[in-house]
Design a protein around this ligand. Sequence first.
Ligand code: SAM
Length: 290
Amino acid sequence: MFSYRHAFHAGSHADILKHLITIQLLRYLQEKPGALSIVDTHAGAGLYNLQDGFAAISQESAGGIVRLQDHLASASASVPESISDYLTCVAIENATESTALYPGSPFIFARLLRPQDRLRLFELHPNEIDILRSNINQLNRAKQVDVYSADGFSRLKGLLPPPSRRGLVLIDPSYEDKQDYRNLESCLEEALTRFATGCYAIWYPVIARRESIALADRLGTIAKAHQRSWLRAELRVENAPGERRLQASGMFIVNPPWTLHNHLKDALPILKKALGLDSGASYTLQSGEA
Ligand code: SAM
């Protein structure tokens, strides 16, 4: 169960899609002054050195953040707001123009916290939790962050609804365990029962596995049963059947801000162009009403 280390995938195309959308969700929710409760059920280590350790071995960032930056540097077209916002969040961790450090979702959230906001992080891996704690402790806003060595799926419900009734939840399992698919569904079901108006962002891999193929539709069914609107965005960077590397991923958002669709309509074609590796590169963007 503990073979997954997110450092292998830090700064990959999947991280770009996930983190770009996460930032836009946070930006929208922070337009109102009320306190925001943010929960990251699967936090990872928080910050990754792309030039060392697992990230340097996998080199996934070469096809992700590095490729995106190179593409934008050579393109003359203007950069959509959501992409420049994302790149600014990455640049915060780096003193020079090259990206040596890549922020995971805990760092992205923590850097953007306002004094009234609170961030709760869950991580189960015995090594990752120590790295996460030490990374978070370096931040100015560390006092607003709670780090739990616990199962994010089962602990989420205990935090809902937040006292301010304003909340953003990122659910980003590794899916190395087949149970993750089932746990995710019951976690979302319970969360919506307790806190129907929360904003929920779920990352998923698009792979040739029965559970994965069915997942987004099943999440749509749950959202519909709770009379919630949803948005689904997927980015495929190549179509190479038989290759084991991750070629596509998606984000499913329950109660998306009305602004998100337009942001992604601008950003996804650029991401496809920048990160696409063959003619199979594509994206999808779908929404469902409550
Ligand atoms: N959200 C992170 C980011 O975007 O930077 C990446 C998280 S990574 C995909 C998934 C993490 O969840 C791994 O570090 C794994 O150890 C951890 N994990 C696995 N099962 C968990 C569970 N039930 N509760 C909390 N963390 C879990």
